[in-house]
Design a protein around this ligand. Structure first.
Ligand code: BMA
Length: 323
């Protein structure tokens, strides 16, 4: 059992919003979705790892597409919309969506034969994806801010400096900027793993930030390891815990942190978030939408198995960061 609990301002639904049962093609684990509002509808790109659930084997990963009128009830398209596989790239996964000037940008992770690379693609129809950029290894968990900042595209990212840090997962959140999404610079450290009291392993960006009057509201994921908890889930060796945190970044200079809530915001503390889960005790937000009435929808993968939705009031989220 987890000794962390979700913040009391978080309201979770009674069940996941998407599971493999909702998918009209081979699907086993549905999680880590990116969500945006686009042309009057909600659009979701979700990660689908497919395999043989009964024998607990996974064969591959693609990215599925779903649309919704209310952000809660989803209609899944009849085939996956994005996949990458060739001699070099093994798969693309963990999409995060950001709309800028009418174009939907998809940040994603790839596993390649020569390391983990983050990519950025653009689309306007969710059928054709124009790949604008692939990072050098090892970088992952890239998310774009929903507008240019001081005239430049701005991203949060999580490089993995194993050799120079500790030869372990001691990873932090960084920011870079670009005039064209292709050439990136102005790199700055945003948050170190030591800034997050409930992480003892690594942190990384989660959903793309949203603009509020007080600053950029941004989720992040935080990982802690306690080997005494034992294995958790049907994967052979899973022992990490992923929780979601919340922070506020400066509007003009988002490499400056205004405040970080010192406890987890969302924890896997409901049965449906863990039951039969591949990697239990995992919460991974990939989408956040601020509605006109101040409700914030936070979409997150749970147990690397199902996609869920929680809501909170924007001012209450900001207050947590400023406490
Ligand atoms: C990370 C990524 C995520 C996943 C998380 C927990 O390394 O692979 O896609 O949700 O681990 O398993």
């Amino acid at each position: 059992m987890s000794d962390f609990i979700s913040a009391s301002i978080i309201k979770k639904l009674e069940k996941p919003i998407l599971t493999y049962k909702d998918i009209p093609y081979p699907a086993t684990l549905i999680f880590n979705a990116g969500v945006a509002k686009y042309n009057g509808r909600y659009v979701m790109l979700f990660r689908n790892d497919y395999g043989d659930l009964e024998n607990r084997k996974l064969y591959g990963t693609n990215i599925g597409l779903a649309f919704s009128d209310d952000g809660v009830n989803w209609e899944v398209s009849d085939k996956p919309c994005f996949t990458m596989q060739d001699d070099e790239v093994e798969r693309a996964y963990d999409p995060r969506l950001t709309v800028i000037d009418g174009v939907c940008y998809v940040c994603f992770a790839t596993d390649t034969k020569h390391g983990l690379r983050a990519g950025i693609a653009s689309t306007t129809d969710f059928e054709n994806f124009d790949i604008k950029y692939l990072s050098v290894p090892d970088n992952r968990n890239m998310v774009l801010f929903p507008e240019k900042i001081n005239g430049l595209f701005t991203r949060l990212e999580r490089p993995m400096p194993v050799y120079s840090r500790s030869h372990k997962d001691t990873f932090d959140i960084w920011l870079s900027q670009s005039p064209d999404l292709k050439f990136w610079g102005n790199s700055e450290l945003v948050m170190g793993v030591e800034d997050v009291p409930f992480a003892n392993d690594k942190i990384g960006p989660a959903a793309p930030p949203v603009r509020t009057e007080k600053g950029w509201l941004t989720t992040f994921h935080a990982v802690d390891i306690d080997y005494s908890r034992g294995k958790n889930g049907w994967e052979d060796r899973w022992q990490k815990r992923y929780t979601a945190g919340i922070a506020l970044l400066d509007l003009e200079d988002p490499s400056k942190v205004i405040g970080i809530y010192d406890k987890p915001l969302i924890v896997a503390d409901l049965p449906y978030e863990n039951e039969n889960g591949f990697r239990q005790d995992v919460i991974f937000p990939g989408g956040m939408i601020l509605e006109d009435n101040g409700e914030v929808k936070i979409y997150y993968g749970a147990s690397d198995t199902v996609e869920c939705l929680a809501t909170a009031d924007v001012n209450e989220l900001i207050d947590l960061c400023l406490k």
